[in-house]
Design a protein around this ligand. Structure first.
Ligand code: DX5
Ligand code: ZN
Length: 220
C-alpha cells in the first residue's frame, strides 16, 4: 500500500485553497509542505503562517518537511501550527532524539529526512524514536529535479534496518518522482510518495494523481 503526497511547492500559491481541494477530491489524504530557510538549502519557501492557513481550510494530513538549520527551534511550532507530520534533517540536528521526542509530545508524527549523500547508517541510533524516514531522492531545495536512482537501494537498506530492529517505521520518498519511476519506489518498499511537479506541474492535477496511483500499483 502506498499513498501520494502532493507537494504544494509546485502549486499556484495565489489559488492555494483551490489547489488543495482539487487533489483532495482525487482521493489524496496527505499534503506535503516544503519549508526552506535559504541556509540549509539554497532556497526560501514558506513558513508557519502558511501552515496555519492551510490547517484552517482543510482536514487533510499536513506533512511538513523542514529543510532548515537548527530545526529543533521550530519543529514543535510547526506541530502546533497544525502539521500532523514533521520531519527534520539528520544533517541539520545533532540532538535528534530530543527533537523527535518533542515533536511526538506535541502530537505529531516525527520524521527524519536524509539527503542523497548521507548513508543510512547515520540513522542507526535515532531511528527507533521516529515514526517515519523521509528519503530524499534529489538534493533538497527545488522542485522539478531529476530522480537520483541510488535512492532505490537506500530504501532497501533502510527497509532491512527497520526489519532487523523490529520497528514500525514508515518510509517516505521525495524528489523526482513521476510515472516512470513510481512503480520502482513502491517495489523497493516506500509507502508515502511525494510528488510536486508530477502533480501540480500538470494541467490537470487530479488526473495526474490518479495516473500516478495507477502506475504505482505493482503486483508482487
Ligand atoms: C525538494 C522538495 C520536494 C519537492 C519535490 O527539495 O523537498 O518536496 O517539492 O518536487 P518534485 O516532485 O518536482 O521533485
Ligand atoms: Zn519535500
Amino acid at each position: 500500500m502506498f499513498e501520494i503526497a502532493p507537494s504544494i511547492l509546485s502549486a499556484d500559491f495565489t489559488r492555494l485553497a483551490e489547489e488543495i481541494s482539487v487533489v483532495k477530491e482525487a482521493g489524496v489524504r496527505v499534503l506535503h509542505v516544503d519549508v526552506m530557510d535559504g541556509r540549509f538549502v539554497p532556497n526560501i519557501t514558506i513558513g508557519l503562517p502558511v501552515v496555519r492557513s492551510i490547517r484552517a481550510v482543510t482536514d487533510m494530513i499536513i506533512d511538513t518537511h523542514l529543510m532548515i538549520v537548527e530545526p529543533s527551534r521550530y519543529a514543535v511550532e510547526f506541530a502546533e501550527a497544525g502539521a500532523n507530520m514533521v520531519s527534520v534533517h539528520v544533517e541539520a540536528d545533532p540532538h535528534l532524539h530530543r527533537t523527535l521526542t518533542a515533536i511526538r509530545e506535541a502530537g505529531a508524527l516525527a520524521g527524519i529526512a536524509i539527503n542523497p549523500a548521507t548513508p543510512v547508517s547515520m540513522l542507526e541510533e535515532a531511528i527507533e524514536f521516529a515514526d517515519f524516514i523521509l528519503v530524499m531522492s534529489v538534493n533538497p531545495g527545488f522542485g522539478g529535479q531529476k530522480f537520483i536512482s541510488t535512492a532505490l537501494n537506500k530504501v532497501r537498506v533502510l527497509k532491512n534496518m527497520i526489519r532487523e530492529k523490529g520497528l514500525d517505521v514508515r518510509i517516505e520518498i521525495d524528489g523526482g518522482i513521476d510515472g516512470s519511476n513510481i512503480a520502482d519506489v513502491v517495489e523497493a518498499g516506500v509507502e508515502l510518495i511525494v510528488a510536486g511537479s508530477a502533480v501540480y506541474g500538470k494541467d490537470d492535477p487530479a488526473k495526474a494523481v490518479r495516473e500516478l496511483m495507477e502506475k504505482g500499483t505493482v503486483w508482487v
